[in-house]
Structures are given as C-alpha cells and as structure tokens.
Design a protein around this ligand. Sequence first.
Ligand code: BES
Ligand code: MN
Ligand code: ZN
Length: 507
Amino acid sequence: MSVQLTYGVRGSEHAAPDAVVRFVSKKELIHGENAGPIIQPQIDEALRGLYAKGLFKADPEQTETVTTLGLYPAAHIVFAGVDQDGGARGLRLAAAAVAKALKKFKAEHVQILLSEALTNSVGNDIGAERAAQALTEGLLLALHVRQPLKREQNERFGLKDVAFVPQGTAIAGQDAPLWEQGIAKGKLYVEGVNLARDLTNLPGNDLTPERLAYHAEELARELDLEIEVIDEWSAAEQRMGGLLGVGQGSINPPRMIVIHYKGDSSTEEAWGLVGKGITFDTGGISLKRAEGMQEMISDMGGAAAVLGAMRIIGELKPAINVIAVIPTAENMPSDRAIKPGDVLRMMSGHTVEIVNTDAEGRLVLADGLTTAITRGATRLVDVATLTGAVSVALGLEATGAVTNNDELFKQVQAASERSGERIWQLPAYPEYKKQIRSDAADLKNSGGRYGGTITGGLFIGHFAEGLPWVHLDIGGTAWLDTSRGWEPKGATGVMVRTLVELVLQSK
Ligand code: BES
Ligand code: MN
Ligand code: ZN
C-alpha cells in the first residue's frame, strides 16, 4: 500500500475527495458565538450543537464523522480533536485517530485542512517540517496492521491520496518546501517502523535465525551496506558462548548479524546498536507456561527495531558511524539444550552460571555487545524484549531503561521526546549487582523476581567494558493485545524512530 501525500491545493485538484478532515481545537468550540467559521455555516452549527451536548468535545483522539448531504463538496467530513499545545505527539495522535475514522468508511481520496490557527501555533512551537512529519507518521502508522496469512486474501482498505491543504493562503506558498520535507521524512520513518512490525509479526516457523539473517542481507544489499553474517562455526571460532549456548537446543542454528554503516570516516566514534533477536522463546528447559506463549514470536522485536532504524539511516545517509548487531537464536528445550547449573564462557571471557534458561536474552546480548565493541563501537544502545517484569513496573506505557551513563541517557531521552515513544529510567544502584553474583562463575543469568528488569539490564551492562551504554527493555511495548494511538495490535515497531532520532542528534 502506498499512499500519495502532497501539500497544497495542487495535490487535491484531480478528484473530488471522499472525505475532508478538519482538526478542531477545544478553543475553537468554547468561544461559541464569537468563534470564526470552521468549514460551512450549517455544518459548523451542527458541530457546535454536538459540542453543546457534550458529544464532541475536541478531546485528543476524538473524531466525529458527519455526512455532508450536498452541503460541502465531499461526502464526509471528519472532525478530529487536537491538543494545539500537545506538540508533535498531539499531532501524531490526532492523525492516527483520523486514520481510524477514514478506515471505517473506506475513504480513498482525502483532503486534510490545516486551519490558520493550527498552522500558526505549530509553526511557532515545533515548526512546519516536524508538524508535517508527525501528521504523516500518525496517519500512516495507524493504517498499518498485521496481514493474516489466510487462504483468501481479504481486500485491503485502500487510502490512495491525501492532500494537506492550508486554509488562509497567505503563508501556504512559503511553507510548502518545509511541509514537503516533513512529509518525505515521515514516510521514510514509517517505512522503517513498518519493516520492524512486519518482521516481528512473522510466525516463528517463517522467521528462524537464518531467515532473519536473510532479511538483514536483503536490507544491506538494498542500502548498499556492508554486512557480516556469522554462522555457528564462525561463532564457535570467535568463542560466542552465550549465543551458541542459547542456540544449541534448536535444530535452527543461531547467527550473529553485523551491519556496518560508515557515514563519517573522520572519526573513530561509532554507535553500537544491539537488538535481541530471539526468533522464538519457549523458555528452553525452564519452559514457559502454554498460555500466551505464541506472543513470543515477538522476542526479536529489538532486532527488528535495529533493522528498521538501519533502513532509515541507510536512506538518510547522515555523517555518523553505526554498527548494528543482532544476535539471533531460537530458545528451545531439547536433549542438547543448556540446562540450569550449566556454566557458559562468553565471548568476553566472562563465565555465566545458568540458573534459568528462560533468561536467554541477556546471554545472546552479552555476546552482541562484545561483538559491537570488537567491531569498533564506542557507545552502546541495546534494545530487547528482555523481561516480563518491565510491564509489572511500568505497565505497557513505557519502555524501561537502565544505563551506566547519565549523559548518554539524556540523549536517549531527548530522542524519545521527539519520537513520542516513552522511556522511563530505572535505578541502577551498584547494590543490585549482588543479586547476579554466582558461586560457580563470574555472574549468574538471573537475579530472581525482585527488580528483575534492573538486574537483567545490569547483567548486559557488565559486558559494556565501561563504554557508555543504555539498555532499553521493550518487554511491555513491543507487542500489544489492543491497538492504541498510532500503534496497531501485534507488533508495534517501537524504538525504531527513537534510535534514529538518537543517532541523528550526534551528526
Ligand atoms: N522474552 C522474555 C521476556 C518477555 C516475557 C517479554 C513476556 C515480553 C513478554 C524473556 O526472555 C524472559 O523470559 N524473561 C524472564 C526472565 C527471568 C527468567 C529472569 C521473565 O521475564 O520472566
Ligand atoms: Mn526467556
Ligand atoms: Zn526472551
């Protein structure tokens, strides 16, 4: 599905739109009689009537679709509440609500009116380019849903073209380049997020570690990036005991994937982006319960986020260096699988006592960090569906963060504010590390129930060799049972846009 997005009246000339969208702020409705026109006198009156009865209050994410019955040259008008002071996040949410409303009546040709008040207030606040990007993201991200693999392909809702049309023409012309840039950037970001979602939604039998490596190779080829796919033999030569240990229970062998993006040869600085790529997590010998286990196809959501971000970075070509690392394995119970009590020697040389084979993510990520460091990474960010505990701590509203460097975390936080993907930092007091001390090895792979997200994070941080590092636990945010805002049910593609914003800040 490719939606054509344009700015200005030109784009809307060719066909009468099925629907016109008008963002409405509370302010516009509160002023009642003294308020200016919205769209058309009779329709305005109807809308104000709904407001008076408390039925349409222009709340964030609220929409009201009215049939125009000839009063306006479009069959439908979608009024969408917008928080004018809500910044990019407010616009992204409003546009996502619009997408859902448009879906209901299968609109194909759409005009989105930009009132002068909205244009002015966002212009002063976040600027036209970011506003355009946020609206594009909200609209397109909310339209993307999981495609079931059914015998009969069900017909897809086909939004074909959307024109953003400023009302009050004075500034339209001079803003056009900014809007067009913002739209283009938004589309690019959405492509990256949707790649991550599509990969994550693939069933485990379609997406083994080898298949994930194949997708990474395709991506690298398209973007003309250097890629290494390290197989189990080469991993053994490089002593990747964590990756091999987790992978040894499965007939589908593990892979370590490394993609190199070199945008600045004048510096040794390089981001290491490491994504957990467990293509299916049964728990291994410490087997998970059956209920909900199918969700564990999303245990490579971190890997998908890194690949989605690389797609965007590869297209934008910023002057920075990025090393993307994806340790990928399938966590299975079998006669060959690791078991509690086993001790693994990791790529770094550290040893780990396995106390729970379901704490597998940190084992592959440890070797992922070491791989990134040996390839030249100087600051590290890992993204992982690491713990169920993170949703006990934060619910499903935020990604949990653990870091060894507050400066780097601040950068991550700034990136997250731009992307609208919430991140909450957890404490990382040195005392927590006592929980993962072992009598048998340097570390054990689980610190027990208390502070599970923190001890899991600190385990990974042990392999950062003192480099600045931030861990992002997307255990609660990578997969949803019900859609919300711009995120669909199933894979969300969370952290793709945050990673991109993060590395772009440093260029
Ligand atoms: N992939 C899971 C974490 C997870 C569970 C993410 C549910 C999203 C939803 C991870 O490998 C895991 O099993 N973690 C254990 C850690 C424990 C054994 C220390 C957990 O959270 O129970
Ligand atoms: Mn697990
Ligand atoms: Zn897992």
